[in-house]
Design a protein around this ligand. Structure first.
Ligand SMILES: Nc1ncnc2c1ncn2[C@@H]1O[C@H](COP(=O)(O)OP(=O)(O)O)[C@@H](O)[C@H]1O
Ligand SMILES: *[C@@H]1O[C@H](CO)[C@@H](O)[C@H](O)[C@H]1NC(C)=O
Ligand SMILES: *[C@@H]1O[C@H](CO)[C@@H](O)[C@H](O)[C@H]1NC(C)=O
Ligand SMILES: *[C@@H]1O[C@H](CO)[C@@H](O)[C@H](O)[C@H]1NC(C)=O
Ligand SMILES: *[C@@H]1O[C@H](CO)[C@@H](O)[C@H](O)[C@H]1NC(C)=O
Ligand SMILES: *[C@@H]1O[C@H](CO)[C@@H](O)[C@H](O)[C@H]1NC(C)=O
Ligand SMILES: *[C@@H]1O[C@H](CO)[C@@H](O)[C@H](O)[C@H]1NC(C)=O
Ligand SMILES: *[C@@H]1O[C@H](CO)[C@@H](O)[C@H](O)[C@H]1NC(C)=O
Ligand SMILES: *[C@@H]1O[C@H](CO)[C@@H](O)[C@H](O)[C@H]1NC(C)=O
Length: 691
């Protein structure tokens, strides 16, 4: 730029222009970075000339700032200098398909170096819980956010927003660009997915209190119409000199955030054109083509016979897997993003439940009242207080996060959670219009609510499929531990939905559950739980068996002055009078099918069999329930025959009570006397282990 001029006057003139400019202007462009260009914080690093803000490390922040402050205002005035910047970024999700991608990156102006006062995850390494929204932050940012945070009013999980001192954007728009079809340049909005690994170029221009943000895939000519074009006076936000750069973060959700090149100028707006947009590396995750497998290639050399066998087996496997997946897909809802459990603020919940008004109480649970609430937008929720130990908070939250990912049409969806201060912790569930099953099956329930035989069996099927999903349908084995009629809820279409997995704990599929913390409800507790305190899938099956019997018989598992439900049903079966146990009101019902009812009762008895090894698995239960369909005829018949043979086996039932101190399942006294435990009863018969 500087050329020596022989004439002193010109030289002095040039010097004056240059130096007056040098106070107020700064231009740079980087087609690739080196460590002298930037200050790096958190896990940001420069790797083969690419700025990697975050890799796939979880709960991390990456920040990079230009290595000196830049002038942003005419000193001691309100005049903000115009600026223009452009950069190319890529956000790539993890190769690990089980990890959801998050959280996004922000182009920032900040008065400080470092990452003090910022946290990861949804806070994007920009602010923390206490300084978010504070006008003394003096931070201006343009966020590229791939997660919809309700607490920040995010519009979707793929948006560009303007952030002034706060993560709640003043303006935002779904990511994309307006393609230039004609001179007006305002046709056709093309949506762009921010985190698919592709390289995108962004242009941010500010002049005369107007900001424009434009983006396009690298290689596409800069669109004429900006994505965001909003009036914005940065005079009170920016200080005279600011650091400029990028910040980004990961949480439980991870992805890599990269910046490939960057130009910035507050004098020469044509600098942006110097960014090189060709020959850039690509971070798009390739789809693994399975025909390239090594076994396939080896097979060719070994011989065609082997290939044929392999192909046959392989395609059989694929077909089976596809079928299974298609079935699972049909059952799963779109849990991926929208339903991730969010933290909700206490204020939100307070407003939704009209200040926890008594009018909104819909039930009483083990830990207190259950409230109905309505979120803005008319979404109905059920709010439930739960108790927890404070020191286990982190683990507990991790567990909640996992539980939120459990989605099944027969599970009550977990919407979010809320923590006020110490001690007050709430879970927010989908609201179930028709309340809980216990209000609709017992002989002393309101007559108008009573369910028909068909409805009861259908609801039991729903619960069985939900339990099977918990036991086998997910990456970790989940035990429910507290199956009972009051935990089965009915949605607006009277479908049964299993609720309250607050008590569930997860176990890797392979390992045996060894936790000794017993929780459950008297009457549904399997004998072995009282003996050794171990919960397992079989103890859930036991609880489900009791549920079947109570729903079909219309009486509670334990009632004063009557034999325990399971014993009673068992005795009548032995006397050949099984059908006398059935709720009398069902017998007149249309569609009352004796064979079907007998089958269900047998199933209930078998599930609540004292010896855990003799109980069927939930998979077997579901197969029997589903009956003959989906090409499983032979399997189902075998299973039914097998189970019925068991039921009819005299030996099995003759031994019923011999090996146990108590007949079928433990009563209050058995639990009080059990010296192997330190369990105590709470007011609603829930059992808690005090250890
Ligand atoms: N999601 C929900 N929708 C509607 N009602 C609910 C919901 N969750 C709980 N309830 C009501 O609150 C009552 C108590 O809830 P429950 O889950 O049994 O608590 P706990 O398991 O702590 O004893 C239920 O019987 C039901 O009437
Ligand atoms: C780093 O980049 C700057 C300009 O971008 C250049 O002047 C400097 O020589 C580079 N340093 C190294 C070590 O490559
Ligand atoms: C991520 O980067 C950090 C350093 O910035 C490094 O220690 C870590 O091994 C990297 N992790 C992965 C998964 O690449
Ligand atoms: C701006 O104001 C401060 C104090 O108010 C003063 O010290 C400084 O010299 C002023 N700068 C200019 C360029 O006027
Ligand atoms: C950030 O905080 C740490 C510890 O609280 C402190 O040592 C460090 O100096 C701070 N850095 C800056 C830039 O304020
Ligand atoms: C947020 O950061 C500020 C400044 O470092 C700190 O004083 C405050 O305690 C932090 N708040 C939280 C909730 O971490
Ligand atoms: C912002 O975009 C509008 C509309 O395309 C344009 O008229 C204006 O000049 C742009 N402003 C800046 C600072 O680029
Ligand atoms: C921007 O705001 C400042 C102070 O709030 C004001 O002095 C200035 O005139 C405003 N600029 C424009 C262009 O409106
Ligand atoms: C602005 O940048 C362009 C492109 O790099 C360059 O050709 C031009 O000389 C620059 N103008 C000034 C005033 O620096």
């Amino acid at each position: 730029m500087k050329k020596h001029q022989p004439k002193p006057v010109l030289f002095i003139l040039a010097f004056i222009i240059l130096s007056s400019h040098s106070v107020l202007s700064l231009d740079f462009f980087f087609n690739g970075f080196n460590s002298t260009n930037l200050f790096l914080y958190g896990i940001a690093q420069i790797d083969s000339r690419i700025l990697t803000l975050t890799n796939e490390t979880s709960f991390a922040i990456g920040r990079a700032l230009y290595s000196s402050k830049i002038p942003t205002k005419t000193p001691n005035s309100s005049h903000v200098l115009p600026f223009s910047t452009s950069f190319i970024f890529s956000m790539a999700p993890s190769r690990n398909k089980d990890t959801l991608p998050g959280h996004g990156l922000v182009f920032i102006f900040t008065p400080n170096t470092g990452i003090n006062g910022t946290t990861a995850s949804q806070n994007l390494g920009l602010f923390n819980l206490s300084n978010n929204g504070d006008p003394t932050n003096h931070v201006f940012g343009v966020e590229f956010d791939v997660f919809a945070n309700q607490e920040f009013d995010d519009i979707d999980d793929n948006h560009v927003g303007i952030d002034i001192n706060s993560l709640t954007s003043t303006t935002s728009h779904t990511a994309g660009y307006y393609s230039d079809f004609n001179e007006d340049g305002d046709q056709g909005f093309e949506k762009l997915k921010l985190n698919n690994g592709k390289n995108y170029q962004v242009w941010i221009d500010y002049e005369d209190s107007v900001i424009n943000v434009t983006m396009a895939p690298v290689g596409v000519k800069r669109p004429k119409r900006p994505l965001l074009n909003v009036p914005l006076n940065l005079s009170d936000v920016l200080e005279d000199e600011m650091y400029v750069g990028f910040t980004s973060s990961t949480g439980r959700l991870v992805q890599s955030h990269r910046i490939l090149s960057w130009s910035f100028s507050n004098s020469n707006f044509s600098l942006n054109e110097r960014l090189i947009t060709t020959g850039l590396p690509s971070f798009v995750i390739p789809k693994t083509p399975f025909h390239k497998r090594r076994s396939f290639i080896a097979g060719v050399t070994v011989g065609s016979f082997v290939i044929l066998v392999l192909i046959a087996l392989f395609s059989l496997f694929l077909i089976k897997r596809e079928r299974r997946r298609a079935k699972e897909r049909a059952e799963m809802e779109d849990w991926e993003f929208e339903y991730w459990p969010h933290r909700m603020t206490y204020q939100e919940i307070d407003a939704a439940t009209k200040g926890f008004s008594d009018d909104n109480v819909i039930g009483f649970g083990g830990n207190g009242k259950v409230y109905k609430g309505v979120l803005p937008g008319g979404i109905e929720i059920a709010v439930k207080r739960i108790s927890h130990e404070n020191d286990g908070m982190k683990e507990f939250l991790a567990e909640i996060s996992s539980l939120g990912r459990l989605k099944h049409r027969s599970l009550v969806g977990l919407k979010g959670w809320c923590k006020k201060e110490k001690g007050s912790f709430m879970l927010i569930y989908d609201y179930m219009e028709n309340g809980s099953l216990d209000k609709r099956v017992y002989y002393d329930c309101d007559e108008t609510n009573i369910l028909t035989c068909e409805e009861r069996i259908r609801i039991l099927k729903d619960v069985a499929s939900a339990l099977l999903y918990l036991h086998e349908g997910w990456e970790a084995k989940v035990l429910h531990r507290d199956i009972k009629a009051s935990n089965v809820l009915l949605d607006k279409d009277m479908n049964g939905r299993l609720g309250d997995f607050g008590l569930a704990r997860m176990h890797g599929h392979s390992q045996v559950a060894t936790t000794t913390r017993v929780v459950g409800t008297v009457g549904y507790l399997a004998p072995e739980v009282v003996r050794n305190g171990r919960a397992s899938t079989q103890t859930d099956v036991f609880g489900f068996g009791v549920l079947i019997l109570e729903v079909m018989c219309g009486r509670r598992p334990i009632e004063h002055g009557k034999p325990p439900l399971v014993d009673w049903v068992w005795q009548l079966m032995m006397q050949g009078e099984l059908l006398t146990v059935v709720d009398a009101r069902l017998k007149g019902n249309e569609g009352f099918n004796e064979e079907e009812v007998k089958k269900v009762l047998h199933l209930g008895l078998l599930c609540s069999y004292p010896n855990p090894d003799s109980r069927p698995t939930m998979r077997q239960v579901v197969i029997v329930f589903e009956g003959k369909n989906e090409g499983l005829e032979s399997e189902t018949e075998d299973m039914e025959a097998h189970l019925l043979a068991k039921v009819k086996s005299r030996d099995m039932w003759a031994n019923y009570s011999q090996n146990f101190g108590y007949a079928s399942h433990p009563t209050f006294d058995d639990i009080r006397q059990s010296n192997s435990s330190s369990m105590s009863l709470s007011w609603n018969n829930t059992i808690v282990d005090g250890r």
